[in-house]
Design a protein around this ligand. Structure first.
Ligand code: ADP
Ligand code: MG
Length: 201
């Protein structure tokens, strides 16, 4: 329930979702919901279609059948323009391979993701706060390519924190990280759920 006692829609609702590639069925009849404030993990063997499903939820791909609703929009009828807007504002995607601009500084990578329309000083404050949260505040000017995998994933997470999206999708976010970076990334994701985001790993 929301603050007025009204029933809230889940951030993600999947009804009978199916994905086929040619004659191969990757997954079929998936039914689940992810609500604001929840922290959920989807598991399965390599090649079972986890990334494909996250890409569908992240509006980068479409299921072949079934009904998928993301942030109040059905993905079947959504325009590319609206999908792009949701990807930019409402959905934070933590990719397995970090997806950073390696030749740019930590600060520039995070600043690039900050919401448009902020003044310069507010923008820099937000970037600093996000980097502080991931333990990289003192290293803003370093280039991304000199960082370890764990540090790069923390920069990628700061890019999400700077926007505070309502939905966070994370594709095996700790797969290539050492134990302490993995624990830190998971703790930060859990904190995002506690402060109201829907988090799906
Ligand atoms: P997981 O993330 O669980 O390891 P993926 O979603 O990456 O699984 O992939 C599932 C399977 O679907 C893999 O065998 C992959 O090669 C295949 N696949 C995914 N997308 C496509 C595509 N567009 N065309 C052909 N095969 C694909
Ligand atoms: Mg995968």
């Amino acid at each position: 329930l929301d603050q007025k006692g009204k029933a809230m829609e889940p951030i993600v609702r999947a009804i009978d979702l199916t994905y086929r590639i040619g004659s191969r069925t990757l997954w079929t009849d998936l039914n689940f919901e992810v609500s604001a404030g929840s922290f959920k993990a989807l598991t399965g063997p390599s090649g079972s279609g986890k990334t494909t499903l996250l890409n569908c939820i992240g509006l980068l791909d479409r299921p072949t059948a079934g009904e998928l609703t993301v942030c109040g929009h059905s993905t079947s009828g959504i325009s590319e323009r609206r999908a792009r807007a949701l990807r930019r504002t409402a959905i934070g995607y933590l990719f397995q391979d970090f997806a950073l601009v390696e030749a740019d500084s930590i600060r520039d990578n995070v600043a690039l993701a900050a919401p448009v329309g902020l003044g310069r000083s507010e923008r820099l404050d937000r970037v600093s706060a996000a980097l502080d949260a991931v333990g990289l505040a003192g290293r803003q000017k370093e280039k991304v390519f000199v960082l370890s995998g764990g540090e790069q994933q923390r920069v990628a997470l700061a890019r999400i924190l700077v926007r505070q999206p309502e939905l966070i999708l994370a594709d095996e976010p700790t797969a290539s990280l050492d134990r302490s970076n993995a624990a830190m990334v998971l703790d930060l994701l859990r904190e995002q759920a506690e402060s109201g985001a829907a988090v799906l790993i």
